[in-house]
Design a protein around this ligand. Structure first.
Ligand SMILES: Cc1ncc(COP(=O)(O)O)c(C=O)c1O
Length: 504
């Protein structure tokens, strides 16, 4: 029986009606109602079921009986009532059509989710345009919060600008790749050569490139939950099937190995780890990495390790690259300057291929083709990699005792845990914390609504847990980059908001 869950029934009716998810969003808007793209995508994927008012809206849009759609009367047939469809354009060539052709986005984007810049952020932008002041705890972009790029980096880019007018080699400038290679040596990455180092317009571009190069339709890739959602989005867009393994909050947010193992199938090609992690701030110890490596070895999986926060570890944590533990496996390690050197806007990241390259020869041909097709990454930004990676690292000052990031982490961690109904694991790196809200106490069934309510009532912008492919409505992410004064204001307002919040 195909229609025993809400998402099944919704799928059946969309098929019968010949409607796409985007049509639901449009038809709701035509009725003056707001239905977010990500909301619909979550209903279709079965992650969330709609609240009563949304159910009524869907019932009326789809022209079905409510008790069929909500499953209270599963025996009933969907009973299709006619729904409004626009008349086809006139075929008379002498008559000019008045209706403009509508250009829809490709269906490839149907299940792609990127809520870090999603509907709640759109609502915040609308409120800002009205003149309201929004306290932003939603995006990991250090520069606007007063984290300055080291002067030497800026001055070196200025000096080299006139030498950076042409395209570079598609992998990147020799000087940049040499510096990345030396950094890879310091992190003990095995079997690295200059050919296996690629610069990108941020790690973002390279994640996209790897997913396109590796995944055929239906190929599976293990991705953490919660994740940095670009991984899931790019795997989906490439036609792959992201399969989420759990990171366990009760175990300091380390990956749950048993869960990971249980999700491996004959179609699994690769596994992704994000270490240090966004959104949890976890740093995986060597023993955990060894276990992950062993699992990858058992199932012959390619490893992608996103290490963009590796220079932002606190409390004496020493970052270990998983690639250093797997000389016998093929591994791709990602990093960049966006976070460690506060130059997220310059767009410079890289990936390093290491370990057993023999088993990945064909994949590398694919990578080379895609890398050539994009010509090269931003050359002025490549020109500062050597300066940035060598010598004194000013980022260390931020994460040692007395440093801004560490002090702000400590304050936010304490303040969140002091709120009745909120608990949070202490992050060990980066600048994110992923607190849990007692969904029962606050009756939270929809985390997007929670984020919207907080925005409307206190003008605080956070990202809902669902935006990180977390499947329960009981988490949200806080970026603790704003200055202490702003963080104080936010935490006090959040405590006040939660003192009497109950979702309707
Ligand atoms: C885990 C993770 N990977 C990759 C990125 C993208 O970084 P880039 O600026 O290099 O594209 C981010 C950005 O927030 C991130 O958190």
């Amino acid at each position: 029986m195909r229609n025993h869950t809400f998402s099944d029934r919704l799928g059946v009716i969309l098929d019968q009606r010949g409607l796409k998810q985007a049509d639901l969003v449009r038809m709701a808007a035509e009725r003056g109602k707001k239905l977010g793209k990500s909301q619909v995508s979550q209903y279709v994927s079965g992650k969330v079921t709609p609240r009563r008012d949304v159910l009524e809206l869907l019932t009326s849009i789809l022209g079905v009986e409510e008790d069929w759609l909500d499953g209270t009367n599963p025996a009933a047939e969907p009973a299709l009532a006619p729904i409004f469809t626009p008349a086809p354009p006139s075929q008379d060539p002498t008559q000019r059509s008045t209706a403009m052709r509508e250009f829809k986005k490709s269906s490839k984007l149907e299940n792609v989710l990127y809520d870090v810049r999603g509907p709640v952020v759109d609502e915040a932008a609308r409120m800002e345009a009205e003149g309201q002041r929004i306290l932003k705890l939603n995006i990991g972009n250090p520069a606007p919060f007063g984290f300055r790029t080291p002067d030497e980096v800026v001055s070196d880019m200025r000096q080299q600008l006139t030498d950076c007018e042409g395209y570079s080699d598609s992998r990147g400038l020799f000087s940049a790749r040499k510096a990345i290679m030396q950094y890879a040596q310091l992190k003990n990455l095995p079997n690295v050569d200059m050919e296996g180092i690629y610069t990108g317009n941020g790690v973002s571009e390279l994640i996209q490139l790897c997913m396109q190069a590796l995944l055929d339709n239906g190929d599976e890739i293990l991705i953490p939950s919660p994740d940095y959602p670009l991984w899931t989005a790019c795997a989906t867009l490439a036609g792959g099937t992201p399969v989420h393994y759990l990171c366990d909050e009760d175990a300091g947010w380390y990956p749950d190995l048993a869960d990971m193992e249980s999700k491996v199938t004959p179609r699994t090609k690769a596994l992704v780890i994000i270490n240090p992690n966004n959104p949890t701030g976890a740093v995986y110890p060597r023993e955990v990495l060894e276990e992950i490596a062993e699992l990858a070895r058992r199932h012959q999986l390619m490893i992608f390790s996103d290490e963009i926060y590796d220079r932002l570890c606190m409390d004496g944590e020493k970052h270990v690259s998983i690639a250093s533990l797997v000389p016998d496996l093929f591994c791709v390690t990602f990093s960049g300057l966006s976070k460690s050197h506060m130059v997220a806007g310059y767009r410079i990241g890289w990936m390093v291929l290491s370990g057993n390259k023999r088993c990945a020869r064909d994949f590398v041909l694919g990578i080379n083709m895609l890398s050539n097709m994009r010509l090269c990454s931003n050359v002025p930004a490549q020109s500062i990699v050597q300066t940035a990676l060598g010598g004194y690292q000013s980022v260390e000052r931020y994460v040692e005792p007395g440093g801004r990031i560490l002090e702000q982490r400590d304050y936010v961690y304490e303040a969140l845990n002091a709120i009745d109904g909120v608990t949070a694991v202490k992050p060990k790196a980066a600048f994110y914390i992923f607190p849990k809200i007692d969904a029962k106490k606050f009756n939270i069934t929809d985390d997007e609504q929670f984020a919207l309510d907080l925005l409307h009532e206190k003008r605080i912008l956070v990202t809902r847990g669902g935006g990180f492919n977390w499947d329960k409505p009981d988490h949200f992410r806080v970026v603790y980059l704003p200055r202490m004064g702003v963080l104080h204001e936010c935490m006090e307002d959040l405590a006040d908001f939660l003192s009497d919040y109950r979702q309707a």
